[in-house]
Design a binder for this molecule. Structure first.
Ligand code: NAD
Length: 500
């Protein structure tokens, strides 16, 4: 029997009323296993109304109450790691160990939210003028929305809601319609932890649901993570509707390898970061820039390692890489490899046409490695979001840096070198939001913020960390004077108030 995933509104399951459902496929088998309800405008309105009602009390709740619920949620999440990872593997396709890693990185943000009392401490200046004190405080916004992509169905929502609700907001999540089950399980665990009804809501669906959130007058802020064209659209539309927006987009992450680097370590890192999660990570390394004479040796080391990757269903513990999310996406990824030679690249490994015995209908593609890729090739210019690594050659550090900085994307980047001076220069000169030095996937820990530059992020706040707290609160400054009875009468003074 086909499983049905429904909305979560006001602390309970809300069956889809629109009559529209989307299919959810197991990428390893190609079988439609689940129907997910698609929300109508009215259903989104019901979720926002529940969140608005809940904000009346949640917005006034004590920090002690919020953190005690978050600590309980953290314990439940910890206890249910495996179960959530299984839901992710069944709908996304990534291997179980990778899905567990995603849950662990989401949990880091819950850790951060458990300490929200420290982050929301505010500032107080006493005696700024005679008997005058000034306090800066931050307060919640109200109802905030999160719209998330398929590639991290548990982690990316957790980049958003733990901090948002810790700050006193209420939340409406519109997760990816391709792998919706994890978000509902998170909602159930939040309820079990004692989160009051309506503080966290989930509406599933497509553009209809998203557009309603973007225009709803009671939604005060929108956090989005997804592809660049949709991120740009979300930023433009939500901003035009007067909302605070952070919209994280796509990426093409470069790894620069200098001639002095440990080439074995660099090859290990390139293979792990390019092909992990079948390349469906916004922080995947998709372009290696080899500087100087090391190119051939580096490509050979990458090829040797990449060829050994075991591809198979995510629930098989021996699999290292699973299938792609849909057959359509798999075919698109394959088209970049098929066209690469005509565009001037050398095809070192061609993963197209790959299949896994017993799972012939899965969305499989093997490992592809393209060398000497010209910057004009579509395989270099586009975000492929699959297990395809492009290697480019540069004669000097400066040439490599210019190439990276010419990319319209600026999410993550890495340098591999033993030269501290070169690494320092790169940190300062590269145009990207997250930089790794001998670290291929520099996803910041929860207490630093995550975000790219250029077409990888629209808005001026990165996500989670201090930026997250700032995004989900607004500032208020209170100036207080308690005159002493002995003070001289103040009298009328039409001049602009001065501190003295
Ligand atoms: P996507 O942009 O297709 O979808 C993201 C969300 O937007 C989903 O919830 C989807 O339902 C909704 N959506 C899709 N089309 C829409 C439309 N026309 N109007 C309104 N809403 C729409 O992204 P995806 O394919 O789910 O995820 C992969 C993309 O996300 C990649 O580009 C990847 O780089 C990016 N991503 C970025 C980050 C980051 O931190 N920068 C993190 C993860 C993923």
């Amino acid at each position: 029997m086909t499983k049905i995933v429904n909305h979560w509104i006001g602390g309970k399951t809300a069956e889809g009323a629109s009559g529209t459902y989307g299919p959810v496929t197991n990428p390893a088998t190609g079988e439609v296993t689940t129907k997910v309800a698609f929300a109508s405008v009215e259903e989104v309105d019901a979720a926002v109304a529940a969140a608005k009602e809940a904000f009346r009390t949640w917005g006034q709740s004590s920090l002690a109450q919020r953190t005690s619920i978050l600590f309980k949620f953290r314990a439940l999440l910890d206890a249910h790691r495996d179960e959530i990872a299984e839901l992710i593997t069944a709908e996304h396709g990534k291997v179980h160990s990778d899905a567990l890693g995603e849950v662990a990185r989401g949990l880091e943000i819950v850790d951060l939210a458990c300490g929200i009392n420290v982050q929301l401490k505010g500032e107080l200046s006493t005696q700024v003028a005679s008997r005058v004190d000034v306090a800066s405080i931050r307060q919640p916004l109200g109802v905030v929305a999160g719209i998330t992509p398929f590639n991290f169905p548990a982690m990316v929502p957790m980049w958003m809601f733990p901090l948002a609700i810790a700050c006193g907001n209420t939340f409406v999540l519109k997760p990816s319609e391709k792998d919706p089950s994890a978000s509902v399980r998170l909602a159930e665990l939040l309820a079990e932890a004692g989160l009051p009804e309506g503080v966290f809501n989930v509406v599933h669906g497509d553009k209809v649901a998203v557009d309603r959130l973007l225009e709803h007058p009671d939604v005060k802020a929108v956090s989005f993570v997804g592809s660049t064209p949709i991120a740009r659209y979300i930023h433009t539309t939500a901003s035009a509707n007067g909302k605070r927006v952070q919209a994280l987009g796509g990426a093409k992450n470069h790894m620069l390898v200098l001639p002095d680097a440990d080439l074995d370590a660099a090859a290990d890192a390139a293979v792990s970061a390019a092909y992990g999660s079948a390349g469906e990570r916004c922080m995947a390394i998709s372009a290696v820039v080899a500087v100087g004479a090391i190119g051939d040796e580096l490509v050979e080391k990458i090829r040797e390692r990449a060829e050994k990757i075991k591809i198979g269903p995510g629930d098989d513990p021996t699999s290292e890489m699973g299938p792609l999310i849909t057959a359509t996406h798999r075919d698109k990824v394959a088209s970049y490899v098929a066209g690469a030679a005509d565009e001037g690249a050398e095809v070192v490994l061609d993963g197209t046409g790959y299949s896994v015995d017993g799972h012939e209908n899965g969305h499989w593609i093997g490992i592809s490695l393209l060398d000497k890729v010209p910057t004009t090739a579509k395989a270099y210019q586009d975000e492929i979001f699959g297990p395809v690594l492009c290697v480019l050659r540069a004669d000097t550090y400066e040439e490599a840096l210019d190439l990276i900085n010419a990319s319209p994307y600026g999410n993550g980047t890495a340098i591999f070198t033993r030269d501290g001076g070169a690494a320092r220069r790169f940190q300062l000169e590269v145009e990207a939001g997250m930089v790794g030095v001998n670290v291929p996937i520099p996803v910041p820990v929860g207490y630093h913020s995550f975000g790219g530059w250029k077409d990888s992020l629209f808005g001026d706040h990165h996500i989670y960390g201090n930026d997250g707290t700032h995004f989900y609160t607004r500032g208020k400054v209170v100036t207080t004077r308690w005159p002493d009875p002995a003070d001289a009468p103040s009298g009328v003074d039409l001049g602009f108030p001065r501190n003295h």
